[in-house]
Design a protein. Structure first.
Length: 202
């Protein structure tokens, strides 16, 4: 009898492991840069990718815009099927996010004091966003941090990224450090580099 139970247990474990290894993956990308970004390269490196969703991306979006969309459970129609952002977050196995750079670009040439103050408000907004994401998702969330779009105020960007990392860790959100690979505006080569970083680190 014990032998039969042992064999059945082993079979169940094998089936569970097989199912986990061959699980279909749903990938959600949220960003305010462009739909033709790093994710179009990264998705090709995801094993068992079943669905890639970048339908909620809007260029020039701010952090507060994404927060509003999640709170309002924004609904869109794709191929005659309704899709909500809340459901997309719930279903996703992997979520990558790149947002906040529009705010930084707008303020980067301000005085350091003004930019520090603005950065602190961004961090408050960022924490609210992380909290909302974790309300609906227990899966892997990766946030691309900030780069300096000018030659000014490097120390503020360093400050912002350090604070961001601390907040992200509280919500078990991983940070991909892109601060040293992009200068001014991201290029297609930058996107390929980011894709490889995601592939190699997560």
């Amino acid at each position: 009898m014990k032998k039969i139970i042992f064999i059945i247990t082993c079979l169940i474990l094998v089936l569970v492991i097989f199912k986990l290894q061959n699980k279909d993956i749903y990938y959600l990308n949220l960003n305010s840069i462009s739909n033709n970004d790093y994710s179009i390269y990264y998705k090709d490196n995801i094993k068992n990718l079943k669905y890639y969703n970048n339908n909620f991306n809007i260029e020039e979006y701010r952090i507060t815009d994404l927060i509003r969309d999640i709170k309002d459970n924004k609904e869109i129609t794709i191929n005659n099927k309704k899709q909500t952002i809340e459901n997309s977050i719930i279903k996703a196995d992997i979520i990558t996010i790149w947002i906040g750079m529009n705010e930084i670009k707008y303020k980067i040439n301000s005085s350091p004091d003004e930019l520090y103050s603005y950065s602190d408000q961004l961090l408050i907004d960022m924490e609210e966003l992380f909290m909302l994401l974790r309300k609906y998702s227990k899966e892997e969330i990766i946030f691309l941090n900030f780069y300096n779009p000018s030659n000014n105020n490097d120390e503020v960007i360093i400050y912002l990224n350090k604070k961001l990392e601390t907040i992200a860790s509280e919500y078990n959100i991983k940070i991909l450090d892109i601060s040293k690979i992009i200068k001014n505006n991201p290029t297609d080569n930058n996107y390929k580099t980011i894709s490889n970083m995601l592939k190699n680190n997560f």
